[in-house]
Design a protein around this ligand. Sequence first.
Ligand code: PMP
Length: 315
Amino acid sequence: MALPKYAYFGGKIVPYSEAKVGVLTHALNYGTAVFGGMRGYWNADQEQLYLFRPNDHFRRFLESAKLLLIEFDHTIEGLVEITRELLRKEGYQCNVYIRPLAYKSDEIIGVKLHDLHSALSIVSFPFERYVANDTNAHVTFSSWRRVDDNMIPARGKISGAYANSAFIKTDATTAGFDEALVLNEDGHVSEGSAMNIFMVRNGVVITPPVTDNILEGITRRTVVELAREELGLPIIERKIDRTEVYLCDEFFMTGTAAQITAVTRVDHRPIGNGEMGPITTRLRQLFGEIVCGRNLKYLHWVVPVYKEIPEVVSN
Ligand code: PMP
């Protein structure tokens, strides 16, 4: 991965090499940070870089911060502006990933959330595919369980909780799978290591509810709307059993990094006929057009970096 040239750090844009913290930093020792992850898509015809749903990403970022008692003066709109400025300074003409991080910055010993200072950084870098095999991924059910809302809330993007995701991902990939699905303590399917999940059974699109220890994904919300509005499909949010996944017709994972990743095998069993299904294919096509500003109906989901923001801002 190419390192960024610049970072937003200490309240201004500085060379990336100056964006450093000391080893005693609270967040580095105790995982007391929250982060975001959004993408910018390059549209070569328009010579434009589009941020996908940045307002929604920063809204969730501020919500995650609230859970950890991290307070900022920044508004959602202000954070979008800083991000646009950073990207313009980098001058990217390619797809990029943006990583905002809000962290407890005191260099002290002591496990707690209160009476600590916070800092904000934002960096960006060129980025393409996250799941290398995103058209026919083979996934497995992890032997690890998802952290529960009363342990570390999965609804916040809390850095410390990603140790759970890292256990899940490493076991699966070192065993030769592309990704892993993780179960809740009650045995129902929660999500992937860094993606939400959807299955299609008998023409119905089904995804776990937000009370099943999932991150409330922005790609998830996007797919729910597209499946309902554009494909006219019924969508149900309900608990999913492990064996329903083995028997479903289509299965896919959604996330900013994973985009819409088609899963065609689970624990060595083919999903449907073992190839990417028609609903997944159509959703991927639609999503691909929308994110780089090629679908006029969904222009309100993208924000251009290199020109003025149009009147309709992402909701
Ligand atoms: N679940 C987890 C645990 C994640 O880290 C992510 C990635 N942010 C997602 C789901 C997908 O969320 P989004 O679509 O907002 O990127």
